[in-house]
Design a protein around this ligand. Structure first.
Ligand SMILES: Nc1ncnc2c1ncn2[C@@H]1O[C@H](COP(=O)(O)OP(=O)(O)O)[C@@H](O)[C@H]1O
Ligand SMILES: [Mg+2]
Length: 292
């Protein structure tokens, strides 16, 4: 994106500028996180990435497409390459059976029937569902978490080069959240799929993403690897966000050892996994007690 802006309802009394001067480059194969307060422009930004919205200022290059294009020409092809899971994607399920719902996109692309069936099974397994068990059921007979996974299977079945997820875990219980995030992380690793995650959770952004963009009032406020973005608590709090819990812990820990003048090296700020944190702490205390 080069100086991309987006204005809703341009030249109407409802005109509203949602994005300003966004310049960014997302290389293939990365796992990008987009964070920011409600209304900061996250959903608008990602809808530009697959041509659902076209920039009203600046230009956007996505593979061989340069946006804006006149009359949306060829944009359906861009949308096949850039799969988008909206918030609450299960609201868009509508077919009589799970299998038909997941197959919907491929059916519209005139794929051979046998191949569709194979790909549907593969996509369902990928999201942790058994095609034999639920394939012929109505999607509406499933639990909320299962419906969400069926909806994600309907996107993955198209094997998009880029997968964009707008708050994919909203409204799920903690276990359901982790299942979905781990599934997405595995898919990203195995398929080397470029993945863009919009999330409210600083923990998830720090844990899963390689690189973060923090949006504030429609502009990029901060960007970088999680360890660099979360290095400045005041800056993050100024825009209504917080640090990941693990980073808050590390900062507190470092403050305490400093205040007590303890001879323990401070913990590095680039730890986002509990196991690694435990290991680092154990190392420090083992050393202090003479290796025990
Ligand atoms: N369809 C729309 N028409 C007018 N304004 C909109 C529309 N959708 C979003 N906006 C406004 O654009 C800004 C960015 O919204 P959005 O991209 O949805 O932010 P986020 O996803 O970060 O909550 C907000 O001020 C929002 O009110
Ligand atoms: Mg949004």
């Amino acid at each position: 994106m080069e100086n991309v802006g987006y204005t809703y309802g341009e030249k109407t009394p409802f005109e509203h500028r949602a994005l300003h001067q966004i310049s960014l480059h997302i290389p293939s194969g990365r796992y990008i996180g987009i964070i920011g307060h409600t209304g900061s422009g996250k959903s608008t930004l990602i809808q530009l990435c697959n041509g659902l919205l076209q920039p009203t200022q600046g230009t956007l290059q996505a593979g061989e497409w340069t946006l804006p294009v006149k009359k949306g020409r060829g944009l359906h092809l861009l949308r096949q390459k850039v799969g988008m899971a909206f918030q609450y994607p299960e609201y868009q399920l509508f077919e009589e059976t799970v299998r038909k719902d997941v197959a919907y996109g491929l059916d519209n692309m005139d794929f051979p029937k046998e191949l569709i069936s194979l790909r549907v099974n593969e996509a369902l397994r990928k999201v942790g569902l058994d095609p034999e068990e639920i394939g012929e059921q109505s999607p509406f007979s499933l639990s909320g978490g299962q419906m969400r996974r069926v909806a994600l299977a309907g996107i993955l079945v198209l094997n998009p080069e880029v997968l964009i997820l707008d708050e994919p875990t909203a409204g799920l219980d903690p276990a359901g959240k982790q299942q979905i995030l781990q599934m997405i992380a595995r898919d990203h690793r195995e398929e080397k799929r470029t993945t863009i995650l919009v999330t409210h959770s600083m923990e998830d952004a720090a844990f899963y993403c390689d690189y973060l963009y923090v949006l504030h009032q429609g502009s990029i406020y901060l960007e970088g690897e999680p360890k660099d973005v979360f290095r400045y608590p005041e800056k993050i709090r100024q825009v209504g966000l917080d640090l990941p819990e693990i980073t808050r812990f590390i900062m507190k820990f470092n403050e305490e050892i400093k205040a007590k003048k303890q001879d323990i090296p401070p913990l590095p700020l680039d730890i986002f996994k509990i196991e690694q944190l435990v290991e680092e702490i154990e190392k420090r205390f083992a050393r202090k007690r003479g290796g025990i």
